[in-house]
Ligand binder design. Structure first.
Ligand SMILES: C[S@@+](CC[C@H](N)C(=O)[O-])C[C@H]1O[C@@H](n2cnc3c(N)ncnc32)[C@H](O)[C@@H]1O
Length: 278
């Protein structure tokens, strides 16, 4: 249940009923997302739709699936970029790749992959370390629209300057322009980078483990969940990883105070890289 400051707070009561309705009608479970986050996102939709309260949203979503799809987009924040937090990728290259390169086959799960920039950043890094050929990457998200964009791998050309800067700071070995072709105002990710990536729908709240992973990325997703849900999802990652597998979280996320904290050693405190103990 979302955290309510006051049990008789009408707004939170309406919000809880709305989230219950979304779950019962469409199977998307936002009941354990951070209340403040959900409220902020839906308040924006309230005023855009000229509605007064969350109960009006509830009524409309029950009868209008298209409206629900809009709400779903409101509730998922898809902000991402290539080589987001370049120092994270530097650390990955220096501290994790040496272990991965000893494995004959590498299985990696990007959970909450958004439009794919993080996945392609990792694929490039693996290619530069001669590991891409023996890697299988699973990239998942619960937002179908954003997954479609991820599969396409087409990004606005004006974002490329920032991506190139990040790539260089992340210790990139080549010229970044080797990894895309420019086409009018878009950049198309090189096709060979996609060969070992499988994009698919997966809802972290309601769906199960991805077994036998050597590495799991889930960066900048847990910040939207409350503590209980964070714990549940971290347990899912724990169960998806083989002993010795790596878990990568976002800069504002951590295993601290979670139920699985003791099952992992810290590889990089700063970059939130952990390794499951044997
Ligand atoms: C802020 S983006 C992070 C993207 C990328 N990992 C990064 O760090 O750049 C958060 C992503 O998590 C996804 N997401 C949120 N809740 C989810 C859930 N329950 N199951 C799967 N994906 C979810 C959203 O659709 C969104 O694409």
């Amino acid at each position: 249940m979302i955290e309510s400051k006051n049990a008789v707070d009408n707004e939170y009561l309406e919000l809880e009923l709305l989230l219950e309705g979304i779950f019962r009608k469409y199977g998307f479970d936002f009941r354990e997302y951070s209340g403040a986050h959900i409220k902020r996102r839906l308040s924006h939709r309230l005023s855009a739709a000229g509605m007064q309260n969350f109960t009006q949203i509830l009524h409309r979503i029950i009868y209008d699936e298209e409206f629900f799809k809009q709400i779903l987009l409101d509730l998922s924040i898809n902000v991402t970029e290539m080589y987001r937090d370049p120092t994270f990728y530097l650390e990955l290259r220096q501290r994790v790749i040496p272990y991965l390169s000893t494995y004959p086959f590498i299985k990696i799960w990007h959970a909450g992959c958004s439009a794919g920039q993080e996945v392609y950043s990792n694929a490039i890094l693996l290619e530069e370390e001669n590991l891409l050929d023996r890697s299988q990457i699973y990239a998942t998200d619960f937002n179908e629209k954003i997954l479609q964009r991820a599969k396409e791998g087409i990004y606005p050309i004006e974002e490329i300057r920032k991506y190139t800067e990040n790539y260089q700071k992340a210790g990139g070995r080549n010229s970044f322009s080797e990894y895309y072709t420019a086409h009018y105002d878009s950049a198309l990710i090189k096709k060979s980078l996609k060969d070992n990536i499988l994009f698919s729908f997966h809802n972290l709240v309601t769906d199960g483990v991805f077994g036998e992973m050597n590495m799991v990325f889930c960066r900048n997703v847990l910040i939207y969940f409350n503590k209980e849900l964070q714990n549940k999802v971290l347990k899912l990652f724990h169960d998806s990883l083989i002993p010795g597998g790596f878990l990568c979280l976002g800069s504002k996320e951590s295993l601290k105070f979670s139920a699985v904290e003791d099952d992992f050693e810290i590889i990089s405190q700063q970059e939130k890289i952990y390794r499951k103990r044997r």
